[in-house]
Design a protein around this ligand. Structure first.
Ligand code: GSH
Length: 219
């Protein structure tokens, strides 16, 4: 059985959403980020990203990790590519060209979008979004993201989903990275095609179910 290590309030959300889309049975091990704990090494601390039992799974001490039939994978977006490939169906690429496009958009999300998007999320997580430093970080991230929003918007003028007519793992991976920018409403007003696409992705039952479970977790 598939095991997903990581709380829902982390990049593990991507893998939980994916498992839901595929209708997979899975075991969830709610490893929490050490940075969210006052004393991660306390004997009372919950299993966290510095716990020896989790470091045995991912020595980098980062969530999520998945384990499937003895195979351990530790990159959230690749975990989803693997699950799509393994279980097939419309979420997966049907041709080598589609596989190429899915890989291209996923790597683009990881390298061109996520580094900026994460800065926005962390500014809010750290409660500095209204401070001068926090505002400067957010403005710089939003400025850096403009080109990526324009790129995705242009693509969505050609096809309803990123690689064509259907929702695939590429959309899921991108939607989870773009979710980190959703506090920046002006960006989405400038690129209504991106806004409409993200709403479409987030209206899927598996996304909603994932978010419902996520809301139940302590902040
Ligand atoms: N490239 C990795 C990054 C994973 C990552 O940075 N995870 C964060 C949580 S979203 C983490 O585990 N941080 C450890 C901590 O904050 O203690 C992936 O996409 O899976």
């Amino acid at each position: 059985m598939l095991t997903i290590y990581g709380v829902y309030r982390s990049r593990a959300s991507r893998n939980y959403w994916m498992a839901g889309e595929l209708g997979l049975d899975f075991r969830s091990v709610p490893v929490i980020q050490a940075r969210r704990l006052a004393d991660p090494s306390s004997p009372d601390a919950p299993v966290n990203t510095r716990s020896p039992e989790f470091l045995a799974v991912n020595p980098m001490g980062l969530i999520p990790a998945i384990e499937d039939d003895g195979l351990v994978l530790t990159e959230s977006l690749v975990n989803n590519l693997y699950l799509a490939r393994k279980h097939g169906g419309p979420l997966a690429g049907q041709t080598i060209a589609e596989e190429g496009l899915i890989g291209n958009w996923t790597m683009w999300a990881a390298t061109e979008i996520e580094p900026h998007a994460v800065k926005i999320v962390l500014a809010y997580d750290n409660g500095i979004e209204e401070t001068p430093d926090g505002k400067a970080v957010i403005v710089a991230a939003v400025t850096a993201l403009g080109k990526g929003f324009a790129r995705l918007a242009a693509q969505l003028e050609n096809t309803p989903y990123v690689i064509g007519d259907r929702f695939t793992v590429a959309d899921l991976n991108l939607a989870e990275v773009f979710r980190y920018t959703q506090s920046q409403t002006a960006l989405f007003e400038t690129y209504p095609a991106v806004k409409a696409w993200l709403e479409k992705c987030q209206s899927r039952p598996a996304f909603r179910a994932m978010m419902e479970t996520r809301q139940l977790e302590v902040e």
